[in-house]
Design a protein around this ligand. Structure first.
Ligand code: NCD
Length: 312
């Protein structure tokens, strides 16, 4: 595998290999010297055309823990704001000897365009493209679910996961539905009809409009941010109504089975899709997701750039 563009690109074996490798690499994080020499002399470019806190920093930390050189390249402050094209940017990165490009772009398909072009021969990792996909987020979510509910090993079959909220604009939802299915879990997406994409019936998941009837059945629930920046129209009457009908507050939280965990990819809108007290619950694993993101991205970089040799 040269690129990671979509969760659908991963077979069950490949996905499990990434999660197993992440678990091995997580041990590095517990050491006092948090570094492996594996990617010494390789260059990873973080090419971010959209805002990001967690994902960009996570890729940077992951690459540095593997001793790669990291170049952070944000659209603001670069020639991109002078109108340079994706092609010219890619040619520049190629000339500078990049081995991997981690790209986040507002246009769905931009990482695929980069990977399919002859502009660059390096590995392309999709860090979120428009409303399309975010495969490393799905991998870190699966890793987190597996650690809590599947004893850290094995597949996720038998587990039931609900993804709730703005499914229409969420690349996190799409990648998660695909990957969780590959790993054997059953998934239900829950949203008002206006926030479900056209064609959702063909996704490998069930669909519900009623969060209260779904919560008692699940092992994990993933709450999604309402992506106001991608909305050109009114998708629901008011924030208050949305949070009353679809927000996870402390009353709704009691509907979950005792073992169930709560995930959120961040950034959270506390008080909207999740209340502050539920976000800070011990069964909310939101901060742990961020830590797991580093291990999973180390595994992806390691497997794409360093090959399949044993972890040192
Ligand atoms: C998500 C994203 O950017 O797609 N965040 C993330 O990567 N942690 C979800 C979001 O922005 O709501």
């Amino acid at each position: 595998m040269q690129h990671l563009l979509s969760a659908a690109d991963l077979s069950t074996e490949e996905a499990v290999l990434i999660l197993d490798t992440a678990a091995q690499l997580a041990e590095v994080t517990d050491r006092s010297v948090k570094k492996l020499p594996t990617l010494r002399g390789r260059t990873v470019v973080n090419l971010f055309f959209e805002d990001s806190t967690r994902t960009r920093i996570s890729f940077e930390v992951a690459a540095k823990r593997l001793s790669a050189d990291v170049i952070n390249f944000a659209a603001k402050g670069s020639s991109l704001s002078k109108g340079e094209s994706l092609k010219d940017t890619a040619l520049t990165l190629e000339a500078m000897g990049a081995d991997a490009v981690v790209i986040r772009h507002g246009a769905s398909g931009a990482p695929h365009r980069l990977a399919a072009s002859s502009w660059t021969g390096c590995s392309v990792i999709n860090a979120g493209d428009g409303t399309h996909e975010h495969p490393t987020q799905a991998l870190l979510d699966a890793y987190t679910i597996r650690r809590h509910l599947a004893g850290g090993t094995g597949d996720l079959s038998g587990l039931s996961v609900a993804i709730v909220g703005d499914i229409l604009h969420s690349r996190v939802a799409r990648s998660n539905v695909l990957l969780l299915k590959t790993l054997g879990a059953s998934v239900t997406v829950v949203a008002p009809p206006t926030l479900l994409p056209y064609g959702v019936d063909s996704w490998p998941c069930s669909v519900s409009y009623d969060i209260d009837s779904v919560l008692p059945q699940v092992d994990a629930v993933m709450m999604l941010r309402v992506q106001a920046e991608r909305m050109q129209a009114a998708f629901f009457p008011s924030a208050l109504e949305y949070s009353r009908l679809y927000g996870l507050d402390s009353d709704r939280f009691t509907l979950l089975p005792d073992h169930a965990i709560v995930l959120h990819p961040g950034p959270m809108n506390r008080g909207m899709e999740i209340s502050a007290d539920v976000a800070d619950e011990t069964r909310s694993v939101i901060v742990e997701q961020v830590a797991n993101g580093v291990s999973v991205r180390m595994a992806v970089l390691y497997l794409l750039l360093g090959g399949m040799a044993e972890v040192e």
